[in-house]
Design a protein around this ligand. Structure first.
Ligand code: GLN
Length: 484
């Protein structure tokens, strides 16, 4: 059952080939066998999952079936779940049981999906390798000496290892697409404002966006149908009708213009990754697409602008963790200052502290204009580059990451080397555009991702192209040997 897609599992449940309880027990069993090695989950919600499965089975018996009724899924541990531990990968929230449930999680509940548990992640979603998690690194199922990517590494590794057929992730600078690429699965970051951020613990509020991770584009479409909604509780949620993302998957892509940014195929891109991506682009040509070279001349500004804006917003968002209201509190503080300093010093990891320092510095009176304001101007330029290109082409394609998965510890001492992991993904967050990574090759056993970027609210177009690509290729079906 674990090799079936969500669409196939839904069919199986409809035809009563198996029950949701059987399905849920099967995945829980895989989790208990494989998770001790992969470490993709922080919390396994066995009891509530079985209860939800029984409820789903009753609904199915009563004919109240939905596309996700009885389907087991996982949520990134950044989404608040009432009554269930929500850590955000941090010691700071290692005792936090939220009194409310995130809108995204609620949407899944309403459709009758079964939550198996919460996935491991980089602390407060800061990282590209999952090495910053307080709960230990997630291992890449393709090669357990290598990182799964981050920050949604737990979700991507869990889907790759078939611990669940689908999972949620969040993407601030690449955190859905980069781990999807490194783990050989499909992951979509929707347009900013498409998926509610209510109850999703904030990292950088103007960049954060939740999205689906699954094996296929079709499954991502099914998950996005559930995740996308207008939410009055999120002031940046866009009140626009949600299309049926499954309905357009089979449209022809003949005549579609696909732009290839010159800047995404330049030095810094691993030659074998480039070969795999070019091979995938030829597949798109076989399907009738036309490739057009484009320019995104301000691409080089995206990583520097991001590493001012994201830390600035993070420093403000993380000020709420003060040891007073909830979360970790240090022992025996002598006064208020000692409480703040020790609580935050003890419970935030090194990378989180680094970002808070950078962000506070960039926002301070003397440096605001020089750093923060300048970064916002660069953000405008990046946005304009995309707008100009997307007038000429329907979609933009390129690599998701400059290289395949790397070994644990290999970038540990060099934050900038780690930051460059997201060189091709960050710009879409700065512009608010949707982007997706789908598997398009293997290099010495390590997966490679093809990135597709669309115009605002054109997730359907991205998913359509991804689905057509998966109709004529098999990369999304290859299973990592260690977990077969
Ligand atoms: N790797 C980037 C960072 O560390 C992006 C993380 C993300 O998208 N959440 O900030």
């Amino acid at each position: 059952m674990h090799n079936m897609s969500i669409a196939q599992l839904n069919e199986g449940l409809r035809l009563k080939a198996f029950s949701s309880r059987e399905l849920t027990e099967h995945f829980l069993c895989r989790i208990s066998t494989l998770n001790p090695e992969i470490n993709a989950l922080i919390t396994i919600a066995e009891d509530s999952a079985l209860k939800e499965a029984d409820e789903a089975d009753r609904s199915i018996q009563n004919g109240a079936m939905t596309d996700l009724c009885g389907i087991p899924i996982l949520h990134k541990d950044i989404f608040c779940t009432e009554g269930i531990l929500t850590t955000c990968g941090s010691r700071m929230l290692s005792n936090f049981v939220p009194p409310y449930t995130a809108t995204v999680v609620k949407n899944f509940k309403e459709m009758g999906a079964v939550m198996l548990g919460k996935t491991n992640m980089d602390e407060f979603a800061m990282g590209s390798s999952n090495e910053t998690s307080y709960y230990g690194a997630v291992k890449n199922p393709w090669n357990t000496r290598k990182v799964p990517g981050g920050s949604s590494g737990g979700s991507a590794a869990a889907v790759a290892a078939r611990l669940a057929p689908g999972a949620t992730g969040t993407d601030t600078g690449g955190s859905i697409r980069q781990p999807a690429a490194l783990c050989g699965v499909s992951g979509l970051k929707p347009t900013y404002g498409r998926v509610s951020r209510w109850g999703m613990i904030a990292f950088a509020s103007s960049l954060d966006q939740g999205g689906p991770i699954a094996r296929t584009a079709e499954d991502c479409a099914i998950l996005l149908n559930c995740m996308a909604s207008y939410d009055p509780r999120d002031s940046t949620s866009v009140n626009q009708a949600v299309p049926n993302y499954v309905a357009s998957l089979n449209d022809s892509i003949k005549g579609l213009k696909v732009g290839l940014p010159k800047e995404y195929f330049s030095s810094g891109l691993n030659a074998e990754v480039e070969r795999a991506v070019r091979g995938a682009l030829n597949n798109l040509v076989d399907l009738g697409a036309e490739l057009v070279e484009i320019n995104l001349p301000n691409s080089h500004l995206s990583v520097p602008a991001y590493y001012v804006i994201a830390p600035a917003e993070a420093s403000a968002n993380l000020s709420r963790f003060d040891g007073v209201r909830y979360g970790y509190r240090c022992d025996d503080p002598v006064d208020l200052n000692d409480l703040y300093c020790r609580t935050r010093g003890e419970a935030f990891g090194e990378e989180v502290q680094r970002r808070i320092l950078i962000g506070t510095y960039c926002l301070s009176a003397g440096y605001y204009d020089a750093y923060y304001l300048k970064a916002q101007k660069a953000r405008q330029l990046i946005q304009r580059d995309f707008a100009a290109s997307l007038e000429k082409v329907d979609l933009i394609a390129g690599p998701t990451c400059p290289s395949p998965a790397f070994e644990f510890g290999s970038k540990g001492g060099d934050p900038v080397a780690m930051y460059l992991e997201d060189i091709y993904t960050i710009a879409t967050n700065l512009a608010g555009l949707p982007g997706m990574s789908i598997p398009c090759g293997l290099i010495g056993g390590d997966p490679v991702g093809l990135q597709l970027i669309g115009n605002y609210f054109e997730e359907s177009k991205i998913l359509n192209v991804a689905h057509q690509f998966q109709n004529i290729t098999n990369w999304h079906n290859v299973l990592p040997l260690s977990v077969s």
